[in-house]
Ligand binder design. Structure first.
Ligand SMILES: Nc1nc2c(c(=O)[nH]1)N[C@H]1C(S)=C(S)[C@@H](COP(=O)(O)OP(=O)(O)OC[C@H]3O[C@@H](n4cnc5c(=O)[nH]c(N)nc54)[C@H](O)[C@@H]3O)O[C@H]1N2
Ligand SMILES: Nc1nc2c(c(=O)[nH]1)N[C@H]1C(S)=C(S)[C@@H](COP(=O)(O)OP(=O)(O)OC[C@H]3O[C@@H](n4cnc5c(=O)[nH]c(N)nc54)[C@H](O)[C@@H]3O)O[C@H]1N2
Ligand code: SF4
Ligand SMILES: [Mo]
Length: 879
């Protein structure tokens, strides 16, 4: 049970994506917390997506790490902190400061991040603090610096509403930045002339609002935008005055672009010429164009070049620094931007300053340290490689789960297992990374922690606590400061509150700045932290509203730089292999430590899967809903086949979310090669090469159970369900003794009676255990993927007065209709219910379906899928 510290409503910020929506959290008398969008927050104006709406359901203390642990045993904070401080100190004395490292996260608050970075770079004296932003934003950072001289995101959210053309490049905004997507949907409804182009190898849900989708071959983006640059120059769509006064290097960029005709771009991208020409024409003719990009751009071996290929087109047309236009890198994590601001990347020092002699001197004086690091540290991929070679003697991982999210994840796991000292600060008691730790430190989570985050449009918002710290959990800034004190740096880390830290960080951003650096928060030093309203930077004492509005950049000559980009040759996997693309689904967040706790969010997709084109599936004898093994030299995974023509032939896609905590073998980063971009060192997470083959299981199973089972089947995947768990199973060989298998998997008491039924013709078998008419466990097995309705079976967990025969039959009765796979997670409305509204009740619009079923009427994240169901029915009716 959680304990609230607030009786009224607390204004805070969503802990998931970089949209940074304002949230109103109101603890209720029964211990739950009511969550609503903050109507006054300028990111969302009251809206929330499915993940934001379900925040209240992630707050239970189930699975939380509540006490410090050393070698798996509970210890006092004093013992844990002492062990961390003394072990780090010993390693530094013996092997030097570069033998230790911190690996942080865009899910730390700015204050936490600032303190960790200051300890490593300012006082331990090593650059070895890197972050999961290396996997996320590093190419945008590098691209921004090459073009602007600083890591400045020029866009404001209102630009999306003011634009006449929005180009989404490698961004599935509909699922990953749902509230921004909804702002665009609304703007387009008000101004139907507004155009949207989607550039993504897959036809994602974001294609729903697109006037044009270019399903390009992975990494075709550089060719596409270099071709666009040539087209704009040839068509005379340039801004000569702006180019002359405010940029440099245009000629070199145009020279290498010259040969990139539409025909050549078509060959390089696999997109038909007429579609490319149409996109180029729209771009050329539309002054107010915003190019939104995300991981399809950044997570590539050519990520930085892709960023600059995009920025070049905006510089050539002078479309930057003005309302309704500009390149706009949208950030993923709630505080990806804050982490960049404090200097969390190993190649940055602090406050948007790098390791230049000036900056080292300036920051050293500000921190009053003479042991400041003088050179960049190891970046994520290099860091874990160095650890694999035994060069890292102690690592502290905060708020990230690299055993699941790093490329070559099995190597990362092995490196951590061999590292002499691993510290993990997390909210979760059990993560794939946490199990490798010598010391586990319980961190305060969302609702408990207190500080600031910066969203994609540079807006700083407060996360405020409304729950008491559970058990002995502590905020990350406190934990790091205590270790710093024990290492002998107490004077520099005597913070009493996050407000102290924020004031110091703000002061550093303004220190000897005078407009020479983009990041300047000096206007906030004396702001009232407790009541700080969402504030966009820069916030100099004399503020300037829009970045680059005056055409001045942060390079030495204050001019933006064109970067000549040479598109890489199209990637051709070895014969018989697929391009393996990875990313996200609507309702899960990364490694599922929080979204995996809610039945609602777990119902949308309940197991790991791979999207495969029907022609490829046929060729390989991969049947719908069967199991597939994906493998390469790094490892293998087993996931469900999702056969769909939204996928390109020769490409596969799997989400990154499933871990060893939720599936037998679904950690897809085990397959991703740690190949990095040469400028940003960001790994190419969207481009592995794999083989696919059907898994010939002898038997499939599906279960629902009141308790979490311990499974040993060849394949298993579990998910939370209301009243218990649900899960998918498969065996290569049927268990010899079902009674024994069930009793041990579901920890059934000897007295429990197992009812069973076998249909000898089909080989289908079902088992049920009831206790006073309530379900303990139901298991359905079949030689083919089990066809029992998942939603109906999950409903059994909350049913009373059940009879064994109804459950064994595995067919919904009239009193328990099958709603089908969940589409709307806010109101748990399934596909069958929606289809019935369309077919039987004649609902032909998303609004009408909403009126009939409530689906899509709360957060709206599922509206694109509802439209898909209506369209499919319309097509079927027309045939
Ligand atoms: N639901 C949900 N939302 C999230 C997150 C989450 O875990 N779940 N995580 C947050 C975080 S940290 C991030 S970084 C963002 C990521 O947000 P996005 O970048 O929008 O999400 P992804 O699914 O990783 O990738 C986007 C798309 O890139 C496409 N792509 C792959 N290769 C290429 C290519 O070569 N070119 C182009 N043009 N496209 C390509 C993929 O097919 C995919 O549809 O989402 C944030 N929001
Ligand atoms: N193949 C592939 N791999 C990818 C990606 C991809 O698209 N494809 N995307 C990459 C990207 S963009 C990202 S951002 C990463 C994300 O990957 P990770 O950062 O590894 O994933 P999370 O699950 O968000 O891990 C956050 C951890 O921090 C804990 N936590 C949450 N809040 C706090 C807190 O306040 N303090 C502390 N100490 N702990 C906390 C959570 O319980 C969780 O264990 O994955 C990357 N990996
Ligand atoms: S769009 Fe959704 S996940 Fe992102 S900040 Fe808003 S509510 Fe949270
Ligand atoms: Mo990310």
């Amino acid at each position: 049970m959680t304990l609230s510290v607030a009786s009224t409503t607390t204004r805070t910020t969503c802990p998931y994506c970089g949209v940074g929506c304002g949230v109103l959290a109101t603890p209720q008398a029964d211990g739950s917390v009511a969550i609503a969008g903050d109507p006054d927050h300028p990111a969302n104006f009251g809206r929330l997506c499915s993940k934001g709406s379900a925040l209240g359901e992630t707050l239970s203390l189930d699975g939380r790490l509540l006490y410090p642990e050393s070698d798996g045993a509970r210890v006092t904070w004093d013992e844990a902190l002492e062990r961390v401080a003394s072990t780090f100190k010993r390693a530094i004395t013996e092997f030097g400061p570069n033998s230790v490292a911190f690996y942080g996260s865009g899910q730390l608050l700015t204050e936490d991040y600032y303190v960790a970075n200051k300890l490593m770079k300012g006082f331990i004296g090593s650059g070895n603090m890197d972050t999961n932003s290396r996997l996320c934003m590093a190419s945008s950072v590098a691209g921004h610096k090459r073009a602007f001289g600083s890591d400045t995101v020029p866009g404001n959210y209102e630009d999306l509403e003011l634009a006449d053309l929005i180009v989404l490049v490698g961004s599935n905004l509909g699922w990953c930045h749902p509230v921004l997507y909804q702002r665009i949907v609304k703007a387009k409804a008000e101004r139907p002339d507004m155009r949207i182009v989607l550039i993504d190898p897959r036809r994602t849900v974001s294609a729903d609002i697109a006037d044009l989708h270019l399903p390009l071959q992975s990494d075709g983006d550089a060719a596409l935008f270099v071709g666009l640059l040539a087209h704009l120059a040839n068509a005379g769509v340039t801004a000569p005055g702006f180019i002359a006064d405010h940029t440099s290097g245009v000629d070199a960029a145009l020279l290498v672009a010259e040969d990139w005709t539409v025909a050549r771009v078509a060959t390089a991208t696999g997109v038909p010429e007429h579609a490319i020409a149409l996109f180029y024409d729209w771009f050329a003719r539309t002054e107010k164009t915003v190019t939104v990009y995300s991981q399809g751009v950044n997570q590539s071996a050519a990520g930085t070049d892709k960023v600059n290929a995009i920025v070049n087109c905006h510089l050539l047309t002078g479309r930057i620094g003005r309302p309704g236009m500009g390149p706009f890198s949208v950030t993923g994590q709630p505080n990806a931007m804050g982490g960049r601001e404090v200097g969390g990347l190993a190649n940055t020092l602090a406050a948007h300053m790098d390791f230049s002699p000036d900056a080292i001197d300036r920051v050293g004086r500000f921190w009053r340290s003479d042991s400041i690091a003088t050179e960049p540290g190891l970046k994520a991929v290099d860091l874990f490689a160095a650890m694999g070679r035994g060069e890292i003697k102690a690592i502290w991982i905060m708020a990230t789960n690299p055993v699941d999210s790093m490329p070559e994840a099995d190597m990362v796991k092995a490196a951590l297992a061999a590292c002499p000292f691993v510290v993990v600060s997390d909210m979760s008691a059990r993560t794939d990374t946490g199990v490798t730790a010598h010391v586990r430190l319980p961190a305060a989570g969302w609702g408990e922690k207190d500080g600031t985050v910066t969203n994609s449009e540079r807006r700083i918002s407060r996360q405020r606590p409304f729950l008491a710290l559970p058990g002995e959990a502590r905020p990350d800034w406190w934990i790091v400061s205590e270790v710093a004190r024990r290492m002998g740096f107490g004077d520099a880390f005597g913070y009493a509150s996050p407000a102290d830290i924020f004031a110091e960080h703000s002061a550093l951003t303004g220190f000897e700045n005078d407009g020479s650096r983009d990041l300047d928060l000096s206007g906030l030093i004396e702001a009232d932290y407790a009541s700080l309203a969402p504030t966009q930077w820069p916030v100099r004492r004399a503020s300037r509203a829009r970045m680059f509005g005056d055409g001045r950049f942060f390079t030495p000559d204050r001019k933006a730089r064109f970067v000549p980009v040479l598109p890489p040759p199209p990637f051709a996997p070895a014969p018989g292999r697929f391009i393996f693309n990875t990313g996200r689904v609507r309702d899960h967040w990364h490694t599922m430590t929080r979204t995996g706790k809610t039945p609602r969010l777990s119902a949308h997709y309940a197991e790991p899967f791979v999207e495969i084109h029907p022609a490829d599936a046929d060729r390989l004898n991969i049947a719908r809903a069967s199991l597939v093994r994906l493998s390469n030299r790094h490892g293998s995974v087993v996931v469900r086949a999702l056969v769909t023509d939204r996928q390109r032939r020769g490409h596969l896609f799997s989400p990154m979310h499933w871990t060893d905590q939720f599936a037998s073998n679904g950690r897809i980063d085990a397959l991703v090669t740690a190949k990095v971009d040469p400028f940003s060192s960001q790994p190419a997470l969207k481009m592995a090469e794999v083989e696919a083959e059907p898994v010939n299981a002898a038997l499939f199973g599906f279960f629902v159970s009141a308790q979490r089972p311990a499974l040993d089947s060849a394949y298993w995947a579990v998910a939370e369900a209301v009243g218990g768990m649900r899960g998918e199973l498969a065996w290569f060989e049927q268990p010899a003794d079902w009674d024994h298998w069930l009793r041990s998997a579901f920890a059934l008491p000897q007295a429990a009676r197992i009812h069973s039924m076998l249909d000898s013709g089909s080989g289908r078998r079902s088992f049920v255990v009831l206790e006073q008419g309530q379900l303990v466990v139901a298991l359905y097995t079949a030689p083919e993927p089990v066809a029992v309705s998942r939603q109906w079976a999950v409903g059994l967990l909350s049913a009373q007065g059940l009879s064994a025969s109804t459950v064994l039959a595995g067919r919904p009765g009239a009193d328990m209709p099958d709603s089908g796979a969940i589409v709307c997670s806010c109101f748990s409305v399934g596909v069958n219910t929606i289809t019935a509204a369309v077919t039987a009740q004649g609902c032909s619009t998303v609004e009408a379906v909403g009126a009939c079923t409530k689906a899509g009427t709360n957060c709206g994240s599922c509206r694109a899928e509802i439209r898909g169901i209506i369209d499919a029915h319309r097509l079927a009716a027309a045939e």
